[in-house]
Design a protein around this ligand. Structure first.
Ligand code: DGL
Length: 261
């Protein structure tokens, strides 16, 4: 049975969803969090829809077995297809894309935006569909998520990749706002900003965490006790979590657990 003390679940193909965990820790400091990163199979952005669905089901079913009260899909790639399977589960699933789209439409009120994301996300047209009249200039990257996920971030190499991608957006249209439409990218947001100080790079994790908070408030499921636990399950290598968590300045987990089928 779900109670206020049930944990919040967050999932991603790898370490990218930690950007959402960071915002959750800030907004909801009393909550228990269980994170699932499928690092063994990253990047999802170069896989087929069928593969992404089957890998995602495994993560959702694991989090449900941990009695989570809500699941944050902290992965843009998965968020583009999650509606195809979310009705199969009773738990509330909150995507990373829809809350940021609301913000761009209703708060920022942009007429055009750039989007840098995985090839799968860009090709899905999901942001374009959700943003309606707002023109989206997208560029997919086949390599950036995997480089960030490796935890071995060579700033010069990453700068080169960022410049190539963002320039290709700017060649199409001059935009002052670019959505970091892959949760791995805000981990290197400072490199984006160093390359393009005049552009506002949007990190959708903030709005996703807000949406999760609103849902829990509505259900009256906010945890009240102070004691809390943060656990990470990964199908990959736990060492990189220390590196990335250090970069994001996260509150560290009590445990990082190797997940095997
Ligand atoms: N973090 C995921 C996203 O937001 C993608 C990384 C991947 O390709 O697996 O799209």
């Amino acid at each position: 049975m779900i109670t206020k003390n049930s944990p919040i679940g967050v999932l991603d193909s790898g370490v990218g969803g930690l950007t959402t965990v960071k915002e959750l820790q800030r907004l909801l400091p009393k909550e228990n969090i269980i994170y699932f990163g499928d690092n063994k199979n990253v990047p999802y952005g170069n896989k087929s829809q069928e593969e992404i669905i089957s890998l995602t089901r495994r993560m959702i079913e694991f989090l449900i077995s941990q009695n989570v009260k809500v699941i944050g899909v902290a992965c843009n790639t998965i968020s583009t297809i999650i509606d195809l399977i979310s009705d199969d589960y009773d738990v509330k699933i909150i995507k990373v894309i829809d809350p940021v789209v609301d913000n761009i439409r209703n708060v920022l009120r942009k007429e055009k935006v750039g989007l840098i994301a995985t090839n799968f996300t860009v090709n899905s047209g999901y942001y374009d569909k959700m943003l309606g009249d707002i023109k989206v200039y997208g560029k997919g990257s086949g390599e950036l998520a995997a480089i960030v996920d490796s935890g071995k971030i060579d700033r010069i190499e990453v700068k080169e990749i960022i410049r190539t991608h963002v320039n290709s957006i700017l060649e199409k249209e001059s935009v002052d706002t670019v959505i970091l439409g892959c949760t791995h990218y805000p981990i290197v947001k400072d490199i984006f900003e160093e390359c393009y100080p005049e552009i506002n790079f949007i990190n959708p994790a903030f709005q996703q965490a807000e949406a999760m908070k609103e849902y829990l408030e509505e259900k009256q499921w906010l945890k009240e006790e102070e004691s809390k636990a943060f656990k990470v399950y990964t199908t990959g290598d736990e060492d990189k979590y220390h590196t990335i968590m250090g970069m994001l300045q996260l509150e560290l987990p009590q445990e990082i657990i190797q997940y095997n089928d």
